[in-house]
Design a protein around this ligand. Structure first.
Ligand SMILES: C[S@@+](CC[C@H](N)C(=O)[O-])C[C@H]1O[C@@H](n2cnc3c(N)ncnc32)[C@H](O)[C@@H]1O
Length: 168
């Protein structure tokens, strides 16, 4: 987990978010691909509680996460963007999702864990968040300058990631 402190935008790396406790009262907490490391709903709730407890009233949690609603039969469609996902068993709470990245002729893999959208909603609500908004990826003008709409269409049809904004 990373916390940004305006106006200087100091970035602090913090170890295990589940054991962090309260270290401040922030306007904004940002996490990129953090929640999808929770293997159980209890771990997810601990992460969400820590984040909630470190926000001011009205503060925001903004995150990019694995899209738990991407259908597994579309997991190979992202190969042209440099990565794929794979599973060795049907998706259920806690199922590992293997990410494999292809970079400069090399590849590397790591696991995230599937928890359903309902479980995420439960964790956000139980932690105390008042508003939760899920945002599908959108194409920026720059993306369209680099590649055609057709190139990006699979990404838009089967988004591998999702943005989430929660308000305390
Ligand atoms: C895919 S990386 C993203 C790294 C970075 N946020 C970025 O965008 O470049 C996910 C990060 O989450 C961290 N992470 C996983 N579980 C965590 C936990 N319980 N507490 C804190 N960080 C965790 C991993 O160590 C990893 O650095």
């Amino acid at each position: 987990m990373y916390a940004l402190t305006p106006p200087c935008l100091r970035v602090t790396f913090i170890a295990d978010v589940q054991e962090l406790g309260v270290i401040g009262s922030f306007d904004l907490v940002v996490a990129a691909y953090l929640l999808n490391y929770a293997q159980t709903k209890e771990q997810l709730l601990l992460m969400c509680q820590t984040i909630y407890n470190n926000l001011k009233p009205g503060g925001r949690f903004v995150t990019v996460n694995d899209n738990n609603e991407q259908p597994p039969d579309s997991f190979l469609a992202t190969a042209k963007y440099g990565f794929i996902k794979s599973i060795s068993e049907p998706l259920a709470e806690g199922t590992p999702i293997k990410f494999t990245f292809f970079v400069d002729g090399e590849e590397f893999s790591f696991d995230n864990y599937y928890l359903s959208r309902d479980t995420y909603e439960w964790a956000f609500q139980t932690a105390g968040f008042k508003q939760v908004r899920w945002q599908k990826p959108l194409l920026s003008p720059d993306a369209l300058k680099q590649e055609s709409q057709e190139f990006w269409q699979d990404f838009l049809n089967y988004p591998p990631l999702v943005g989430i904004e929660c308000v305390k």
